[in-house]
Design a protein around this ligand. Structure first.
Ligand SMILES: NC(=O)c1ccc[n+]([C@@H]2O[C@H](COP(=O)([O-])OP(=O)(O)OC[C@H]3O[C@@H](n4cnc5c(N)ncnc54)[C@H](O)[C@@H]3O)[C@@H](O)[C@H]2O)c1
Length: 256
């Protein structure tokens, strides 16, 4: 057997890296930001809620800073990512966690709600990936993780717009992985089951959530920190051969 010459960092360290986390002021994004800081990264917290982004960044400490941005608006994305790059001179990691869930039975869902969901979840993921990806391609390296969902692989009632958006995020991610992998930038998705955040609680509290939970083999919903741990792995050097993958963190919900 050939002797291993591997120097893989099994502590998943991010020392010296600059990470952009969209939606970083709340929920999964905030958990990702604090996990990254614990592993040595500096985080640019990018969020629609600029005040929350700034206070989250202040609590993270170091050189972390908050940036206001509507990810669905091309001009806002150009300005925010330009400001991040001007502040730090590099972007090594991007996590697209900004997202919304507007739920209704398909026959009642408004065109406005459908378009808004795709605007934030799909167009937003594309615009921020493109703006950050250009810097990563110029540098010849980068790691991008997009938050998809179990709703990107299976149908959930009342989730017509949300499922359409998350199936699209997985497709978009595979194309970016194919185009940018050869130039040093890997792109993957993480797909949680229900996570106990504002968004997750609002969508799944009550008997509907209890019924879903009963179908999850591990018998519970996920914690934001558990999603952050999966994201950390995919943003570390240990995952360099993982590209275009969808990592389900769903307790096995979607295998049934
Ligand atoms: N919580 C869950 O159950 C769950 C499950 C699977 C996937 N997800 C996905 O994970 C991601 C994060 O969800 P969460 O539970 O942390 O939600 P959350 O509501 O706690 O946080 C979302 C953040 O995104 C920001 N945001 C919303 N619209 C934005 C916009 N246009 N521009 C910039 N920022 C914007 C919000 O201000 C907020 O800070 C989303 O993409 C969501 O679809 C969540």
């Amino acid at each position: 057997m050939a002797e291993s010459t591997s120097t893989i960092d099994l502590t998943f360290g991010l020392g010296g890296r600059v990470a952009v986390v969209s939606g970083g002021a709340s929920g999964i994004g905030a958990a990702v930001a604090s996990t990254f800081v614990a592993k040595g990264a500096t985080v640019a917290v990018v969020d629609l809620d600029e005040a929350a982004a700034t206070s989250t960044a202040e609590a993270l400490g170091g050189q972390c800073r908050g940036f206001g941005c509507d990810v669905s608006d091309p001009e806002s994305v150009t300005a925010a990512i330009g400001a991040v790059h001007a502040a730090y001179g590099r972007i090594d990691v991007l996590v697209n966690s900004a997202g919304i869930a507007l739920l209704a039975p398909a026959e009642e869902l408004t065109a406005t709600a459908f378009a808004k969901t795709l605007g934030v979840n799909v167009t937003g993921t594309f615009l921020v990936s493109q703006a950050v990806g250009r810097h990563m391609l110029a540098a010849g390296h980068g790691k991008i993780v997009n938050m998809a969902s179990q709703a990107g692989s299976v149908a959930l009632d009342d989730h017509a717009a949300y499922c359409a958006s998350k199936f699209a995020v997985i497709g978009l991610t595979k194309v970016l992985a194919s185009e940018w992998g050869p130039r040093g930038v890997t792109v993957n998705t993480v797909s949680p089951t229900v996570v106990l955040t504002d968004l997750g609680r609002k969508a799944w509290e009550g008997p509907k959530g209890d019924a879903l939970k009963a179908q999850i083999p591990t018998g519970r919903f996920a914690l934001p920190e558990e999603i952050a741990a999966a994201v950390l792995f995919l943003c570390s050097d240990a995952s360099d051969m993982i590209n275009g993958a969808d990592l389900l963190v769903d307790g096995g919900y979607s295998i049934r």
